[in-house]
Design a protein around this ligand. Structure first.
Ligand code: NAD
Length: 509
């Protein structure tokens, strides 16, 4: 719906211009849902949302398109993704503007998010020529034994607010080259980013001559998402979000024997050993703990520091935190943007209160700032809390910039503390001791899906598989051989012997 004259601010009109440049048409706007910006709290647009019938129709259309798309040769399917990548490159700034306004990211992170989309498109285009299956030696003469990888079906994508477009693109780029079709339910907090990313894909699909329903966006709430989760036509549900969400949907998909990729919450830590280069560690920690205002699934939330260096490191950290510029990401000098909403702010305050009740001491931060300038937005000082032990609050993911600092005396103890939380996404060790580094990334080291050495927990590249263990859900997306999750594997035995020898020497008729 058009904003009223008083609602049209500079931000709202620049977001509207970027949406139009990406190809979002008037038909997207309406009165069902208001999109807001966490930068200022202002309303950016009114949107139309999908009804349950619209969601069902989108699934039906994607299921129908699958019947054609699965037979298109994979390298030709790659052409759509290639064109999408080109359009994303052309409209990188437009899409980043929308992501920034809606998710509150600083400019380099908003641009970085779109770059990640471009990178996965490149990756997926190459992968479209490499959907390799193995050939194995058959134990029977005159037989060939091999595997083939076939398209799976409709992929339902459920995405979180904090990476409103990148994680969706990891799924979509791979699903499309795999021969699947997609139905996307984005976070209700970031519908505008979704509309823009989907409009660019629609252009790529049209220009490549692919069936138009290979992708469908459903601008819908959780109840609409539930229809995707429960529909047997959706072969794979790839869901990114909180552990709470995963706990709800995983049994629902299992009930109908569907497949899931779960990318859920993290509680990421770094171990800082006595030999660590503390200046390097400092930079790695500050980016991972404070970047995106602590609202990355890979944000660093725990520091496990050797007792011999803890005072030195915390002093450096507190000083570094004091230099961080907090404020609207529309100004280049600001490195810490807002929390997404009031609920996040309240969760942060609750966690800080709990931490203190559980023996913690706040070394710096935690206060809300800029309330006069932005009464409807939630800017906070990132907090560091010294904990005497890894108490209950430290076991939870609070989606805000709180870094809990704990100490250790020997590495076994540090690894045990590290692995004692229910989540298992990302981890790091800072050390100059090769044996310690190897131990940390070994089978008896970090139990996370991502284990880094001398680099923070966040900011992964698309080339590696991304995901985590335990309550993080076990899914893997993006690089390496994650593409296999979007395909079904068939084993083929071809007999060209003219005889019928049975396996394992079995004799029959
Ligand atoms: P959220 O769980 O509130 O919502 C995520 C998505 O799930 C949204 O689209 C939401 O509408 C949908 N949803 C929630 N419950 C549902 C249900 N019962 N049925 C169908 N859909 C449902 O998460 P959020 O606040 O948007 O994002 C933050 C969380 O996401 C954090 O926990 C963060 O760690 C996690 N996250 C994980 C990864 C990862 O790759 N592991 C990446 C980004 C974010």
């Amino acid at each position: 719906m058009p904003l009223t004259q008083t609602e049209i601010t500079e931000l709202a009109s620049s977001v509207r211009a970027s949406l139009t440049a990406c190809g979002v048409t008037e038909s997207a706007y309406g009165t069902d849902h208001d999109a807001f910006s966490p930068l200022t709290g202002e309303r950016l647009a009114g949107l139309r949302t999908a009804t349950n019938e619209d969601v069902d129709a989108a699934i039906a259309a994607a299921a129908e398109a699958f019947k054609t798309w699965r037979d298109v040769p994979a390298p030709l399917r790659g052409n759509v993704v290639k064109r999408w990548g080109e359009l994303l490159t052309e409209h990188k700034q437009d899409l980043a503007n929308i992501v920034q306004a809606e998710a509150g990211k600083i400019t380099s992170e908003a641009l970085g998010e779109v770059q990640e989309m471009i990178d996965i498109c490149d990756f997926a285009v190459g992968q479209s020529r490499m959907l390799y299956g193995k050939t194995m030696p058959s134990e029977r003469p005159g037989h060939r034994l091999m595997e083939t990888w076939h398209p799976l079906g409709v992929v339902g994508i459920i995405s979180a607010f904090n990476f409103p477009v990148a994680v969706y693109s990891w799924n979509t780029a791979l699903a499309l080259i795999a021969g699947d079709t997609v139905v996307w339910k984005p976070s209700g907090i970031t519908f505008l980013s979704a509309l823009a990313a989907d409009a660019l894909l629609a252009r790529a699909v049209a220009e490549s001559g692919a069936p138009k329903d290979i992708h469908r966006l459903v601008v819908t709430d959780r109840a609409g998402g539930q229809r995707l989760v429960k529909d047997p036509r959706v072969a794979l549900v790839s869901a990114t979000g909180s552990v709470r969400m995963g706990r709800e949907i995983a049994p629902q998909v299992a009930e109908r024997f569907g497949r899931v990729i779960l990318e859920l919450g993290g509680n990421n830590a770094a171990v800082i050993t006595p030999s660590a280069d503390l200046d390097l560690a400092l930079r790695g920690i500050v980016f991972a703990a404070v970047g995106t205002a602590g609202q990355r699934c890979t944000s660093m939330r725990r520091l496990i520091v050797h007792e011999s260096v803890v005072d030195q490191l915390t002093e450096k950290l507190v000083t570094a935190y004091g230099t961080l510029s907090i404020g609207t990401p529309l100004k280049e000098e600001n490195l810490v943007g807002p929390l997404i909403n009031e609920g996040s702010y309240e969760a942060m305050q609750q966690a800080l209160a709990d931490a203190q009740a559980q023996g913690g001491t706040v070394l710096t931060g935690g206060n809300r700032v800029l309330t006069d300038e932005f009464p409807e937005a939630y800017y906070v000082e990132p907090a560091i809390v010294r904990m005497s032990e890894q108490s209950a609050v430290v076991h939870n993911e609070t989606f805000a910039p709180i870094l809990y600092v704990m100490t250790y005396t020997d590495l076994d103890e540090a690894i045990a503390t590290h692995n004692a939380v229910p989540q298992g996404l990302s981890s790091a060790i800072f050390t100059q001791d090769q044996a310690e580094a190897e131990r940390f990334i070994s089978a008896s080291g970090s139990d996370c899906g991502i284990a880094n050495v001398n680099i923070g927990t966040s900011g992964a590249e698309i080339g590696g598989a991304f995901g985590g263990e335990k309550e993080t859900g076990g899914g893997r997306e993006s690089g390496s051989d994650s593409w296999k999750a979007y395909m079904r594997q068939a084993t083929n035995t071809v007999n060209y012997s003219g005889q019928l020898p049975l396996a394992q020497g079995v004799k029959f008729i």
